[in-house]
Design a protein around this ligand. Structure first.
Ligand SMILES: [Zn+2]
Length: 121
């Protein structure tokens, strides 16, 4: 378990993560409504080609945003698991403590900044 993090801090992070999860879940629901393909009239409308293109672009954007939000949800869930297992705040690559300031900024962070940099190369 990470030595640097207090119980208070962990409780705060847990809260932040859960709030983020709620926000993202709502966001995904909203995005799904925005998807032009979700429009029940869509299948029956034989609109002009430019409308179809616009709908396709809109659909792709919404889909990409949903994908990002879903990915983040998975990461947040994993972070909650780590809190439960007392392994939160420890870099998964080098096993060093992830600085508290970084966790405040990115509550789902699983790597220290050095490892994150090394991994994204
Ligand atoms: Zn590391």
């Amino acid at each position: 378990m990470s030595k640097q993090l207090s119980k208070t801090f962990l409780a705060k992070q847990k809260n932040t993560i859960e709030e983020e999860q709620k926000k993202l879940t709502l966001q995904i629901e909203e995005l799904k409504k925005e998807d032009p393909f979700a429009d029940p009239d869509h299948a029956s409308d034989n609109a002009a080609v430019d409308t179809d293109v616009r709908e396709q672009v809109g659909h792709d954007t919404v889909e990409a945003e949903i994908k990002d939000a879903t990915k983040r949800l998975v990461e947040l869930k994993a972070a909650l698991e780590l809190i439960k297992k007392d392994r939160y705040g420890i870099c998964e690559r080098c096993s060093k403590d992830i600085p508290q300031a970084r966790l405040e900024l990115v509550p789902e962070a699983r790597f220290c900044i050095e490892c994150k940099k090394a991994l994204s190369k």
